[in-house]
Design a protein around this ligand. Structure first.
Ligand code: GLA
Length: 781
């Protein structure tokens, strides 16, 4: 998988991709190729960069000869207020006259680089910045050595692959770069697996100088891609409309998305893709980077003067202090390239997550049908009401009740009690344990909601331990949802949380925990850390969170932790190792959810995406949709309910029950099916000219299990006098015969791929159709 040619070219290759970088002039690590697997790259075939006298020039094969490589600091800079009379730091010999004939040289400004350093010839954005002890901020990274590690070397806290992954053999390439002045070295890591269509990258910084330095916003990966034209695609939005598809042409300058609030956030997923302008679900090149991380991040693409795009992803608002000899390791980035559009990209990511990241036990036991108390009762929860909700839930097919917010201490609304995690005695006289027992007697499993990272100023915990809160002395703390954030960089806070959550889980015997987080960070300072380390608080917090979740999942392997952050405000691969299911959005309207689920499936397989049937009129948008469409919107995902069955009509309850039964019957198969988006913002049909006879906003997807294919079609708005929708079903076996279960109609797989089936959901708005195709034995010998 990793081959090294004459010590100068590193080729990472498996059946899905080749990724090649090489050493130029024995000094600079250049990016050479990323894409479909290739045998080799002859660097002579690469485009020769333009030259112009204004560009920076580093003479070729002058290793150690120029001022840049000498490591000699001379007298250094004067102390503050000092002045040495403008003494030029560079010798005149190093400055070639522009009109003089130019010896062969490298310009870092033109070189496609693997991990660019700013300020010594590179004027594009670097992959990191360092402020050195002398106050300077320019770095240069030159190649030193490499090592092939026959295994998965991964950062201690941010390791992504589960131990028993199914991705085949794994190898890691480590390439060491170092600053010739001797201040830092950077190890670049590349992890490749035999059967993983995804390359994992990260970087490790080592302060090799004698003094402390400050490391700013290190990227986990950076890559210079071929010239476009490109479009950039990101997933973003806001609370209750997360992960909408945002796509725009990429022009000179740059494009960046990210978060600065200590969580990945509702506004953008830690992901950015470049694609051919014509790319759709089935066609075109896509290059994507993702960050397996849950805190502040930036994903960006800078397009330089020659239209070369530089794609990178990494930390944002990180200012790390590194003492002499100290190291820092970035989170891991995932790089995926597809030649078959966004469908190909999602396929690769879903497969990688399923086979490499999501804990095996949850793959083998997909999520239960949940009934959650939030939209049914909000804060008006009590033992009796919860019990009757559970009974109602059981009668419509739910298997597990999740008691949401409002069960603890004096919590009556969102203004108090976070941190005081004991059941309210009046409303839950038998405690969570008593409630859980009562539920189990009714045949229901029990789960509960917590927001462990938070604290209300009006709580005993906050009064007892004001120092446990993230804060900056002298600054008024800014509240959001009336709450503050606990300082997870503190060991005693982590221990307290592990203890509190463990006790509640143990006492109640719960099998499910909804782990919520409802605000971003402000005044992100820690009384626990020194002045120099305040810029590390947000990152250390996330490491603290991972430690808590790691220990809890180890101690309670049978408890499913559902990730939630005001819905989908922290839905990322960093948490996926601990949370095999996410509450993808507080938006439960079926039509709004189509768009959210569509975008979410770009990165996540459907079984990870919590999607519940709620009542009508919907609580977020007041829309009224029929029960059929609400059920079919949730069915392919992690199914459940967010309503009080007692308030629903008999007819609706029957439809819900049928939906839950179907989900229970199919969920195991669903989670090994290939998920494919058929119709929606990225489908070939939508990229082309819209015909006047087409209803707007149609969405369709399928779960392809080979012998069984499940198709879901949704039509938000109807249209007058239109032909019926014929839905193309690509990817089935030509010559094989598939029979539609509902009607008995038989189709050849080739015909399905060319023209498809008619999906007619009947008149009216907000309609949907579900079709099952079963492959018959007709084509087999
Ligand atoms: C957040 C969650 C909801 C619910 C409430 C409870 O908004 O996303 O699902 O749990 O908190 O306060």
């Amino acid at each position: 998988m990793i081959s090294v040619e004459s010590g100068e070219q590193f080729h990472l290759k498996n059946d899905s991709f080749s990724y090649i970088c090489g050493v130029v002039d024995r000094r600079f690590l250049a990016h050479l190729y990323w894409g479909a697997p290739v045998r080799e790259i002859d660097p002579r075939g690469l485009p020769r960069p333009a030259t112009a006298s204004y560009l920076t020039r580093i003479p070729l094969s002058m290793e150690g000869a120029g001022v840049s490589g000498s490591g000699d600091r001379g007298e250094g800079y004067p102390e503050a207020g000092g002045d040495r009379g403008g003494r030029a730091p560079l010798s005149a010999d190093a400055l070639a006259a522009p009109e003089a004939p130019q010896p062969p040289a490298v310009s870092l400004d033109l070189l496609p680089q693997e991990y660019p350093a700013w300020g010594t010839g590179e004027q594009r954005e670097g992959a990191f910045a360092v402020v050195y002890a002398d106050g300077s901020e320019a770095s240069r990274l030159e190649y030193r050595e490499f090592e092939v590690i026959p295994d998965a070397a991964e950062p201690e806290f941010l390791g992504l692959l589960r131990q028993e992954h199914e991705l085949g053999r794994v190898e890691t390439l480590r390439i060491r770069l170092a600053d010739p002045r001797g201040d830092i070295s950077v190890d670049l890591y590349y992890l490749i697996a035999e059967r993983a269509p995804v390359l994992i990258r990260w970087a490790r910084f080592i302060n090799t100088s004698e003094a402390a330095l400050t490391l700013i916003d290190p990227a986990s990966a950076s890559v210079d891609l071929p010239v476009g034209p490109w479009e950039v695609l990101t997933l973003g939005g806001a609370w209750s409309r997360e992960r909408h598809i945002l796509r725009t042409p990429l022009a000179f300058g740059g494009y960046s998305v990210g978060s600065r609030g200590g969580a990945t956030g509702h506004q953008s997923a830690p992901f950015l893709a470049l694609c051919d302008p014509a790319a759709d679900e089935e066609h075109g090149r896509v290059y994507a980077v993702l960050l397996a991380y849950s805190g502040s991040f930036e994903a960006r693409c800078e397009v330089d003067q020659f239209e070369v795009p530089r794609l990178s992803i990494g930390l944002q608002r990180y200012r790390g202090h590194l003492e002499a000899g100290e190291c820092f390791e970035t989170p891991v980035a995932l790089l995926v390239s597809s030649r078959s559009g966004f469908g190909g990209m999602s396929d690769d990511l879903h497969r990688f997550l399923r086979e490499g990241v999501i804990p095996k036990r949850w793959r083998e036991a997909p999520p239960k049908v949940v009934i959650n108390s939030w939209e049914a009762m909000y804060f008006q929860v009590s033992h009796d009401r919860t019990l009757s909700l559970a009974r109602g839930g059981r009668d419509i097919g739910a298997e597990l009740l999740v008691l949401d917010d409002g069960w603890f201490s004096r919590r009556r609304d969102d203004r108090s009690s976070l941190g005081d995690w004991w059941p309210n005695e009046e409303r839950f006289p038998l405690g969570l344990a008593g409630l859980a027992d009562a539920l189990r007697e009714e045949g229901m499993e029990f789960g509960f909601w917590m927001e462990p990272e938070m604290v209300s100023p009006e709580s005993d915990l906050c009064r007892e331990h004001p120092e446990w809160v993230l804060q900056i002395p002298g600054r008024e703390p800014t509240l959001a949802r009336s709450q503050l954030i606990l300082d997870l960089t503190r060991e005693e806070v982590r221990e307290y949380l592990i203890d509190t959550v463990s006790t509640l889980l143990r006492d109640s015997g719960a099998s499910y925990l909804k782990w919520d987080m409802n605000r971003n960070m402000s005044e992100a300072g820690s009384l626990n850390l020194s002045r120099e380390r305040q810029g590390e608080v947000m990152h250390r917090y996330i490491l603290g969170l991972y430690e808590i979740l790691r220990r809890l999942t180890e101690a309670f392997p049978g408890v499913l932790i559902e990730g939630c952050a005001g819905g989908g405000g922290r839905m990322d691969y960093g948490l996926l190792r601990y949370c095999p299911r996410f509450w993808a959005s507080d938006q439960t309207d079926a039509i709004e959810r189509l768009e959210i689920n569509y975008g979410t499936t770009l990165l996540f397989p459907p079984e990870v995406i919590g999607s519940h049937v709620s009542t009508v009129p919907n609580h977020q948008v007041r829309r009224i949709t029929d029960a059929e469409t609400r059920v079919l919107t949730s069915l392919p995902f992690s199914f459940g309910f967010e309503l009080d069955p007692a308030q629903e009509s008999e007819e609706e309850r029957l439809r819900y029950l049928e939906g839950a039964r179907r989900f229970r019957e199919l969920r195991q198969r669903f989670s090994s099916c290939r998920f494919r988006r058929l119709l929606g913002p990225l489908s070939p049909e939508s990229r082309g000219r819209r015909l006047s006879g087409e209803p707007a906003g149609e969405v369709a997807w399928m779960l392809d299990g080979g012998d069984e294919v499940f198709i879901f079609y949704y039509r938000p708005l109807t249209r007058s006098n239109v032909r019926p929708r014929r839905l193309r079903i690509p990817g089935l076996t030509a010559g094989a015969i598939y029979q539609e279960q509902e009607t008995g109609i038989r189709y050849d797989g080739a015909l399905l791929g060319q023209v498809g089936i008619v999906v007619e959901p009947g008149p009216g708005d907000y309609r949907s159709t579900f079709v099952t195709l079963i492959r018959t034995g007709a084509d087999r010998p």
